[in-house]
Design a protein around this ligand. Structure first.
Ligand code: GCU
Length: 611
């Protein structure tokens, strides 16, 4: 590569950056489409130490241990000789599977909230000496402190978004690297989410871990999508690790299209009208191989091209009104009571949704793993993706707003090229208040700044006033679609009261019901008035469907709560819940409850009408 600056100066700059890098403990910009890079998996059994008192991090005076402290759990656990005193140790007797939550892997972890130290050793020989190395985590819940060979690489907070650290050039050894991650899943009022949620606080390294080897200058991130208001023109940009003077090519071989550009900075942008471009849709989820090359680096992605917009009371997909036949999904495999993370998990959950005749999923209440959004691209299932600004966040705390924005940015950065994602949601059921609306509006503005091509929304508040469901949440003024969660017939009244409910929606925008649902313990039967029975849940859905058939003209879809029963520490009825929220249409074993068929029938009728 003909770099414009003299080599000596270049290497001096790099040395300074490496020095800064080792000191700053800062994350490196997220490397997108990580599996398409030159990566080595660090998944598998990691040894662990459960450390509720954080002894590995603080000394007996509760001061943070310094880097060289021999009793710090990021330093070697091997005694120097027979006299040496070591009061911590990693053992092959104590391992946890990575990726995976710790709660489902051993009884003593089920309710555990605190610190667990993960450790694995690995050998690695770089392909080229002056290549760069990065450690990439699909996510860690909730806080991760990452150390390699006794040096801190950095920290990350946020239990559902990806992050990566550069490994300083001199730190990695060819043999026996000592990688340690301190994971702390404790809940705090000033975090995102806050201390109160209706889902299990699964802790751990819950998604893949990769070691990526990249050239000095590489492609960090890119966006390639349909230009707004066009069905034939694409536009995008490519971001490089450093400012480069280089030839960049973008190509879509199937369309016999290739564009050559000259970069002279750390990014380039482009737009082009294409002939023969087939749009992505649920009916025909067409994905194209898109290849980006520089003289040193190349990356290929599978990208679908579609447009999503609102027009008055309608949502338009590729210019045509679309009705969202949705279902909410937690990132959980109920059969094993664990976090979902794999390709197989994504296939299971999305095929279950499709068996309901759904064309959309609301990935509640946090960004799901990348297998899920890529699988949705392939299967043609539309996606609502959300950050966990859930319930009673500290809306007056600017640090909490910054944390929420970071998670929003991390969610959008990873998934901006996923055609299936049509809605970015900035939160769920947050209590109406001036500070909350200002906080959420900031997030909506940020989401639009990060990605102006998708709809932005949130699950808003609705209130019942003398039998009228009133939707006048002030945040609705700033969202593209107005979405609310309603539980008429479960939390408010009985299903028999649903038919009399009128809707009063303040906004002439697409209206979406982002949740509705009732619990049923699978196999528990009685008459429809028997709470917790499948018959009650079935009655609830029948009454809900009857109401949905009389909704106002701007009614554009629904995502009932929820596909599967899921774990929740808030659900403690000793017979009908036992630590599970049983609003699933499928039970813990994936068996369909009676209500499943009511919703499926409704969706099939809609599908037939739209054919
Ligand atoms: C709320 C919330 C969900 C919760 C559900 C319920 O709407 O958004 O996270 O699980 O209601 O009460 O079951």
């Amino acid at each position: 590569m003909n770099v414009s600056i003299r080599p000596i100066f270049k290497y001096t700059v790099i040395a300074i950056l490496v020095l800064i890098g080792t000191k700053a403990h800062s994350q490196a910009p997220l490397i997108t489409n990580i599996k398409a890079r030159k990566v080595t998996s660090l998944n598998g059994p990691w040894q662990y130490i459960m450390d509720p008192y954080e002894t590995g991090f603080y000394n007996y005076r509760f001061n943070e241990r310094n880097e060289k402290d021999r009793e710090a759990y990021w330093n070697t656990d091997k005694p120097e000789n027979k006299t040496d005193r070591k009061e911590h140790g990693y053992s092959s007797k104590n391992t946890l599977r990575v990726p995976g939550d710790w709660n489902s892997q051993a009884e003593q972890f089920l309710y555990y909230e605190g610190t667990v130290w993960y450790k694995r050793s690995f050998d690695y020989k770089k392909q080229k000496d002056n290549n760069r190395l990065f450690l990439y985590f699909g996510t860690v819940n909730y806080k991760a402190d990452v150390y390699l060979n006794g040096k801190k690489l950095g920290s990350h907070k946020g239990g559902f978004t990806a992050f990566n650290f550069e490994i300083p050039g001199t730190l990695l050894k060819e043999k026996d690297n000592f990688l340690v991650v301190k994971v702390d899943n404790r809940r705090y009022k000033d975090e995102v989410p806050t201390i109160n949620t209706d889902w299990w606080n699964y802790g751990g390294i819950t998604r893949d871990v990769w070691l990526a080897e990249l050239p000095q200058q590489f492609i960090v991130d890119y966006s390639v999508q349909l230009k707004k208001n066009s069905f034939t023109e694409i536009e995008g940009w490519v971001k490089f690790s450093d400012a480069v003077n280089d030839k960049v090519t973008i190509e879509i071989p199937e369309l016999k299209w290739k564009k050559e550009l000259q970069s002279n900075g750390d990014s380039i942008s482009f737009s082009e009208a294409l002939t023969g471009l087939e749009l992505w849709s649920p009916e025909k989820p067409k994905l194209y191989a898109v290849r980006i090359n520089t003289s040193e680096n190349a990356v290929t992605d599978k990208i679908g091209f579609r447009s999503i917009e609102v027009s008055g009371p309608s949502i338009l997909l590729n210019g045509k009104p679309v009705f969202l036949r949705g279902i909410c999904i937690h990132e959980e495999i109920p059969q094993q009571g664990r976090r979902a993370y794999s390709l197989g998990d994504a296939r299971q959950l999305l095929l279950q949704a499709r068996s309901l005749s759904a064309n959309m999923v609301r990935l509640a209440h946090y960004p799901h793993n990348e297998n899920m959004t890529r699988m949705a691209d392939s299967l043609g299932i539309l996606v609502w993706s959300e950050i966990p600004v859930y319930w009673t966040i500290e809306f007056t705390n600017p640090e909490v707003l910054a944390k929420a924005k970071t998670q929003l940015s991390e969610m959008i950065t990873r998934d901006r090229n996923r055609a299936s994602i049509i809605i970015w949601s900035v939160g769920n059921e947050t209590p109406v208040h001036e500070s909350r609306t200002a906080f959420m509006k900031e997030l909506l503005v940020t989401a639009r700044q990060l990605d102006g091509s998708r709809l932005v929304s949130a699950a808003l508040e609705v209130h019942l006033d003398k039998g009228v469901s009133v939707v006048d949440d002030p945040l609705g003024e700033f969202t593209d679609i107005v979405a609310v969660n309603e539980y008429l017939g479960w939390y408010a009244g009985l299903p028999s009261s649903i038919k009399n409910v009128q809707w009063q929606i303040k906004y002439n925008k697409p209206f979406f019901i982002s949740e509705t649902g009732a619990e049923a313990l699978s196999g528990h039967h009685g008459d429809s008035l028997t709470r917790w029975s499948e018959e009650y849940q079935e009655w609830y859905y029948k009454e809900q469907v009857a109401m949905l058939k009389k909704m106002p003209a701007n009614f554009s879809g629904i995502s009932p709560w929820i596909l599967n029963d899921f774990r929740s520490p808030r659900r403690n009825n000793p017979v009908y819940q036992q630590g599970w929220n049983n609003k699933g249409l499928l039970d813990h074993q994936g068996k369909k409850k009676k209500a499943f068929y009511v919703l499926k029938k409704y969706y099939d009728e809609i599908k037939l009408k739209t054919l």
